[in-house]
Design a protein around this ligand. Sequence first.
Ligand SMILES: Cc1cc2nc3c(=O)[nH]c(=O)nc-3n(C[C@H](O)[C@H](O)[C@H](O)COP(=O)(O)OP(=O)(O)OC[C@H]3O[C@@H](n4cnc5c(N)ncnc54)[C@H](O)[C@@H]3O)c2cc1C
Length: 291
Amino acid sequence: MYPGRFDYVVAEDVSEVVSLLAEHGDEAKVLAGGQSLIPLMKLRFALPSVLVDINRISSLQGLEQNDGYLRIGALVRHKDCERAESLRGRYGVLGSAAPQISDPIVRNLGTVCGSVAHADPQGDWGSALLAADARVVAEGPKGSREIPLSELFVGPFTTTLQTELITEVRVPDPGPRAGGAYLKLERKVGDFATAAVAMQVELDDAGRIGRAGIALTGVGATNLRAEAAEQALAGAEPGAQAFAEAARLAAAAAEPVADHRGDVEYKRNVVRVFVERGLAAAAESAQGGAR
Ligand SMILES: Cc1cc2nc3c(=O)[nH]c(=O)nc-3n(C[C@H](O)[C@H](O)[C@H](O)COP(=O)(O)OP(=O)(O)OC[C@H]3O[C@@H](n4cnc5c(N)ncnc54)[C@H](O)[C@@H]3O)c2cc1C
């Protein structure tokens, strides 16, 4: 099907995007990689009257380490993250998720910020960034504000964003003794997750777990943080017993629904097994030393 009629504006800078969003409200849509928006428009599930293309705004580029955090600009593509050396080691949960998103065509165009703005509960970035305790920077008519990922998702394809542009994601530097993993079960290469889990483990000076981030994909109305599992790990000695208990708690936090990808108990069990394995991998990476 062809999309409905719309005006197309190539924005020159962030302030022009903010003005256009303020002027047109819900009628306007930001166009980043187009990998979710264009299919929705072709199906006429989305009928914006104005498309605001942000792809020529150079200030939205950039995947770089700043003072205390990693900055992922709004035009950073999935493929940039897949190839980035900086997303190994302490940012391993992000580097591990990137190549598991869809196929190379989608990864060449789709953006990290577009993915979190889209808020698909089966989106992989939402969980990876929740586990990493990330925040988005949103620019609107009232200025700029930071929103923790844990406060961004409110329901399927629904966020707390107002008429705002996400200009970047900020991922706090977890320090050198941190590691992560993203484990995803998909029916075939390129599919959305049947279930997936994101893990970040940060060790303290004594080698105990200082902070653990665990988030789940495809088993709830949003990407979900497994908070009870995270709390059970805080201060624990990394090892099989702690990981098995955290995995049990994470599976209990999952809210899967039965569909063509599997039934409820199957998906819950995938979460349990993957969290246990993923925590072992993340802890091993964290114990690998300074990076
Ligand atoms: C065949 C296929 C398979 C896929 N498989 C997966 C998968 O396995 N895992 C996965 O996670 N994703 C998957 N996706 C989705 C893909 O990752 C998209 O790239 C992503 O969801 C949206 O990013 P985008 O840059 O393409 O956003 P767009 O499609 O351009 O925009 C998506 C939405 O976000 C809004 N938006 C975009 N950028 C911003 C911004 N900076 N600020 C505010 N609002 C913004 C748009 O207005 C729109 O509403 C798949 C897509 C396709 C087509």
